[in-house]
Design a protein around this ligand. Structure first.
Ligand SMILES: [Ca+2]
Ligand SMILES: [Ca+2]
Ligand SMILES: [Ca+2]
Ligand SMILES: [Ca+2]
Length: 358
């Protein structure tokens, strides 16, 4: 199921909101540790955990709709063999590496179901169910039974998830579809897994809640149910594309160096024409054989097979006049063909929404 609805966050007020709450909370003096040294200790602790705990692997051999609560983790007792139908975590997890805050990290993923839908980008909003617990004590510190929508990329102090989630959820896919059963949404074939995170990809020296101490290594069981593409500044360019250097960080892309990163900048090249006006709108009423789109799926298929690489899907909507479907897109025009689209090039300022010029 393709997510075609953009979510637009108008963030200009919240960007400048400071977190007033900080004044109300007594923040203990937390020693700021070296990330590299902390990672060495965290890596040992995670490997210890994965080598001494097993899960009910046979349960997940068939079926695509298991719950995160079906995952049972058990500590291996002294001298015990892993029971039949179970697998030691260290023999089942994928090991991934990443560099974050100039530190090399390893994190681990247990992939129980990939999911039949599409994968979110690190800037999108995800609908998840999850439970988080501590490597050290096994104590649950966070979790939801009812699906919750989370904005993965925050703005200022608003929204955002830990780095581990930004890295791992895009490696899974959402549900392929869903049905209503007695008023309850039942998702079908969604991403299901676990993640094992060093503190440096979690809260590091900060904390999320009272039960969580600084420098905690965290484990999450999760279900990735749905996602929606997010365009934080509503300028027509989805936020993941505003990560222009594609390094999975939107904070270091600021074309016009006005200190507002592109993903929260409505005029990315500061040429006086808003980004949205530097994009050309395009509408498809019918396919190449001049047949109107009779269904949303037809229209989506046409877009998937025919869209140009500089073309963004805005939406597919019903044409009330003839009950066919219309595809609306935006073109990131590059007038001088120099590889830089107009909206990022200060010396080109064509306004496609201005009828005088357009
Ligand atoms: Ca945008
Ligand atoms: Ca922008
Ligand atoms: Ca501009
Ligand atoms: Ca150009």
């Amino acid at each position: 199921m393709k997510s075609i609805n953009f979510i637009v966050y108008l963030v200009f007020i919240s960007v400048f909101m400071t977190s007033c709450k900080d004044d109300d909370i007594t923040v203990p003096n937390i020693e700021v540790r070296d990330r590299g040294e902390q990672q060495e200790a965290d890596s040992d602790s995670l490997i210890d955990y994965l080598s001494s705990h097993y899960y009910n692997s046979d349960f997940f051999l068939t079926g695509t709709n298991h719950k995160y609560s079906d995952i049972v983790i058990t500590e291996l007792a002294e001298g015990e063999d892993v029971p039949a139908g179970h697998t030691l975590l260290i023999d089942a997890v994928e090991t991934h590496t990443t560099t974050y805050e100039e530190t090399d990290y390893e994190y681990y993923v247990l992939r129980l179901n990939q999911g039949g839908g599409e994968s979110p980008r690190f800037t999108d909003q995800v609908r998840v169910r999850y439970e988080g617990f501590l490597v050290e004590t096994g104590v649950t510190f966070d979790g939801v039974v009812t699906p919750v929508d989370l904005l993965m990329q925050g703005v200022g102090f608003t929204g955002g998830v830990i780095r581990g989630w930004q890295l791992i959820l895009p490696q899974f896919s959402t549900s392929i579809d869903f049905a209503f059963n007695n008023g309850i949404v039942e998702y079908n074939n969604y991403g299901l897994g676990m993640m094992f995170l060093p503190s440096g990809l979690a809260y590091f020296s900060g904390t999320a809640s009272g039960t969580l101490s600084a420098y905690s290594n965290l484990i999450f069981k999760f279900e990735l149910l749905q996602y929606e593409e997010v365009d934080h500044d509503g300028d027509g360019i989805p936020s993941y594309i505003e990560d222009f250097d594609a390094n999975l960080d939107v904070l270091d892309d600021d074309t016009d160096e006005d200190l507002a990163p592109n993903y929260v900048d409505v005029d990315d090249d500061n040429d006086g024409v808003n980004t949205l006006d530097e994009l050309m709108t395009k509408t498809y009423l019918e396919d190449n054989d001049m047949m109107p789109f009779s269904s949303e799926e037809d229209a989506q298929d046409f877009y998937d097979n025919n869209a140009a690489s500089n073309e963004l899907l805005v939406g597919i909507e019903l044409n009330p006049e003839n009950s066919s479907y219309i595809i609306n897109t935006l073109i990131m025009v590059d007038s001088d063909n120099n590889g830089t689209p107009d909206y990022l090039q200060e010396d080109i300022s064509i306004n496609y929404n201005d009828e005088e010029e357009g």
